[in-house]
Design a protein around this ligand. Sequence first.
Ligand SMILES: N[C@@H](CCC(=O)N[C@@H](CS)C(=O)NCC(=O)O)C(=O)O
Length: 206
Amino acid sequence: MITIHHLARSRSDRAVWLMEELGEPYELKLYRRLESLSAEAAYKALHPLGSSPVIGEGDMMLAESGAVIEYLATTQGGAALAAKPGDADYADYLFWFHFAESSLMPELVREIMAEFGGIAFDHPSRQYARDRAAHYLRYTDARLARVPWFAGDRFTAADIMMAFPFTTTRQFTPVDLSDYPHIAAFVDKVEQRPAFRRCRQKTGEE
Ligand SMILES: N[C@@H](CCC(=O)N[C@@H](CS)C(=O)NCC(=O)O)C(=O)O
């Protein structure tokens, strides 16, 4: 059975949400963040990376969001929320699945860390990150103006990857969505999903 090691208010909520969507059994272990936002020592000890998410199955321990969600999406629930080579939505699925952590999250995290580190709001490095984030957000909003879900017509693990920057991340940095109405509608839609709500109940983060 899969064990999900969930660090409070962190990327591992994607793994819990995915397993709830698939209706697959899993064991959930909860861990705290320190005041510094760092994971508690027990979490750091799970995997050499020391960051969330981490899942386990037998002797295997896996970290890194993309790897964790791809592992679960392809091995659990008959891969119902994954796309595969040959599927019409495969390229879009791959793009948005990876865009979430490879391009979008680094810009948002840069802003969180700059604020945390007391770098002036108008410092050129912060402006650069904000401009890039705005460019990514416009592109994301335009995608959702055309299709209901990131891969196209159906809800997939790409939506689970792409929701995190607008759900949990916004508890740390205010991303104003008033200029991005389609992203805002997407967030409302995913927050209504019964599996998303069960995830929040189980992690105690309603
Ligand atoms: N690129 C990594 C980033 C992992 C990451 O920074 N996770 C954060 C939580 S969302 C974390 O573990 N923070 C606590 C710490 O580093 O101690 C991934 O997507 O897995």
